[in-house]
Each structure stands twice: as C-alpha cells, then as structure tokens.
Design a protein around this ligand. Structure first.
Ligand SMILES: [Zn+2]
Length: 402
C-alpha cells in the first residue's frame, strides 16, 4: 500500500484539499480524498443541477471494516444525510488484488491470485476469530502479494507500477462513480431481508443506472481533462475489475458476516453489460488479463462447472474449493469426499478442520462415527488449534468427553 501511495503522489502530485471525505485517518482515506479531488470533483460540475445538488450533499466515509465485509455502499445516514461508505479494508484489498493479478499475468500463473486470496481471507478470518474486533487489514496486508510470491516489490513496481496503478485507479473510480450515481439518480434501495421479485427488478435497474452513470462520468472526465489517459474509454476495465473483486470476496466468504447481502445484486448481468462495451485496442495486455476470468463470470453455475472440471482433472485446490461449495449447498457426503481427495495436495489452510468435521459426523465411516473416526477428528482439531484456528479448539473441547 505504501508503495502505491508513493507512486500515486509521483504520478499525480495532487494537492489534498479534502472535501467531504471523512472517516478513520489512514492512507486509504488520503487516497480517496486525492482521487475525489482530482478525478471526481471536476465531473460533478458538469452534472444537471438536481443531480449535482444531490452529489454535493454526499459525504464519503472511509470506515474500518472488520473484515472485507461491506464492499462499498450508498445510503442515507441516521438523520437522512447522504453517504457513501467504503471500507479501507476493501481499498487495500483492491490494491493488493491489482498487484497479484498482474504478477499472475506477468509470470503466467493462472491460479496464483485465487490461491493468494484464499489464504488472505482465511488469515483475516483467523485473526478475527482470535482477536474479535481487531482491525486486521488496516494499513498493512496480513499477506502482501510480494510476501506471498517472494518477489522484490521495488523491482516489480518499477517495471509494472504504472499498469498496476492504472488498474487500481480505474477500479476505485468506477466504484466511487457508481455509488455517487445511486445518490445522483436518487436510486437508493435497501429492502430488509430477502427481496421480493418486484424489489429485485427495481434493484437491478438501479444497478444498471448507477453503472451507466459511472460510465458517463468517466467519459466526461476523459473529455475535460486533457492529461487524463484512461486504460479504456468507457472504463470497462475498472468496472470488470471491481466486479471481479466483489465476486472474489463473495466466492471466499462462506461466513455470513462476510456477506454483502443484496445491496449489489446480479453482478453477472453487470459484467455482461460491461464486457460488451469493452474496446481492447488501447491496452490489449490488460484485456488479456480480463479474458482469463470470462469462464468465472459467465454465471454462478458456470463457475461451479469450471471447478468441477478442474477437480475432475485432479487439481487438489479445485477439489477443496468444490468441497466447500458442495457443503454450502447441503451435499455433505460429496463435500467430504472432495476434501479427502484434496488432502493429497499441499497443506491447505483449514482443510483439516473440514476433514475433522467429516470424521466427527461419520462421513468416512458409513454414516455413523465410530471410535476410530472420533479419534482422528480429535487429532485433526488439535492440530488446527495449534495452527491458531479457534474452531480447532472448539472441536477439541466438544470431543473431550466422547
Ligand atoms: Zn450499486
């Protein structure tokens, strides 16, 4: 993150006047403030009066989210004030994701970003279960892409910093414009609980309109700031990257407290719209990165099918992921079968917790746990407790008298 700040200041040399950006003092808040000052504010002047007035009322609040929950959201505050809430965790995550995706691209390692994200999120979960409300992604990633890959960050950023920074700013701008769009168009919605079909249609329309608003602001920006050179004219790259980040987070967030809920429904549709607008002539190398994720975006079902194919070909990581998907869908036997297959791979974080659970519940012993399976479960829970997983200790305690 620090690297990026340095880069950002060098590239744009922005005076931080600070306007309607509040929240926890942090590098991320500074960055949002600069982004708003330099790239968002100029476009606001070009809005129709009613929209302009609504956008000018907005306070962008940078918050310390516990985890990566709460991506970014437009809402009315307790006294009706207009707000955009964005978590600094998400901002830091977006930057790290830009870095790891580009490392994967530069080194032609297809699943690198996926593996990194999994480990990162589990570390966040671990830290969270152990330390309660501690802020675990504040300022410093618990698993920086460079630490993870062993690459020298200065050397990598010297060579690729401009592309990485470009992707990151494009992503951040799409998110900010999108959320401001909800306010400008007065398209806020927050049905409590599961939305009805009619509410869902309204939400989908609001999303589409906020996206169109963001695209329009990006075009305005390109036309009024001669020095502004976007990656692509409509900022499709930024949108796709933002949606990819959102999808990545959701993919790994099997826990309810991670979930974004329904505030940004139907991202597949949004990606579909974005992809049709993509013009790859300006930056073919960035577009190539985008195309690697098409299979994941085609649909939720499409992404599961992709994991099925990878799992069937013997890829242990995919077997593990598919195991968690099957469990989430209620097919515990299939989940346990896949976990067991995944055990022949490297020692994946938390895999033994799942295996222990399967033993405890008799999925490896014909439906009823016998003494041997309880003993194995106990051993694995204990190992995971040593690794710092609270669920491991809970499992040990639970089985203490069996
Ligand atoms: Zn939205």
């Amino acid at each position: 993150m620090r690297i990026f700040i340095a880069l950002f200041v060098i590239l744009f040399a922005v005076p931080a006047l600070g306007q309607r950006v509040t929240g926890v003092p942090s590098e991320e808040r500074t960055m949002i403030r600069q982004t708003v000052e330099e790239w968002v504010r100029p476009t606001v002047r070009h809005l129709p009066p009613a929209q302009r007035q609504r956008v000018q009322e907005v306070t962008i609040r940078v918050v310390d989210a516990r985890l990566i929950d709460g991506f970014a959201i437009a809402r009315r505050g307790d006294s009706g004030e207009r707000e955009v809430i964005i978590s600094r965790t998400v901002i830091a995550f977006l930057f790290d994701l830009s870095v790891i995706e580009w490392i994967a691209e530069a080194h032609d390692q297809r699943h690198l970003a996926e593996h990194w994200t999994q480990q990162l999120i589990w570390r966040l979960l671990q830290a969270n279960t152990l330390l309660g409300e501690q802020r675990m992604y504040s300022g410093r990633s618990p698993l920086s892409p460079f630490e993870y890959t062993g690459l020298n960050s200065d050397a990598f950023m010297a060579e690729h910093g401009q592309v990485v920074g470009g992707i990151f700013v494009a992503t951040l701008l799409d998110i900010l414009f999108h959320e401001l769009g909800h306010h400008a168009l007065d398209n806020l919605y927050a049905p409590a609980g599961e939305p009805t079909p009619a509410q869902f249609r309204t939400m989908r329309r609001a999303e589409r309109n906020a996206d169109l608003f963001a695209t329009e602001q990006f075009r305005v920006l390109s036309s009024i700031l001669p020095g502004f050179t976007p990656i692509d004219e409509n900022n499709v790259i930024g949108r796709i990257f933002a949606l990819h980040a959102l999808r990545t987070i959701q993919m790994w967030s099997s826990r309810a407290d991670f979930r974004q809920g329904h505030s940004h429904p139907n991202d597949d549709q949004r990606v579909l719209h974005a992809v049709t607008d993509l013009d790859c002539r300006a930056r073919p190398e960035v577009c190539q990165l985008i195309s690697r994720y098409r299979a994941l975006w085609d649909s939720e079902q499409g992404s599961i099918e992709a994991y099925r194919r990878r799992a069937a070909s013997g890829e242990t990581f995919a077997q593990y992921v598919l195991g968690t998907i099957e469990q989430r869908n209620g097919d515990y036997a299939e989940g346990c079968r896949l976990y067991r297959q995944a055990m022949s791979g490297p020692n994946y974080d938390r895999l033994l917790l799942h295996i222990a659970w399967c033993h405890e519940n008799g999925y490896y012993s014909g439906g009823t746990p016998d003494d041997a399976s309880i003993a194995v479960a106990r051993t694995f829970y204990a190992l995971e407790a040593e690794n710092g997983w609270l669920e491991g200790q809970i499992g040990v305690d639970r089985l203490a008298n069996r």
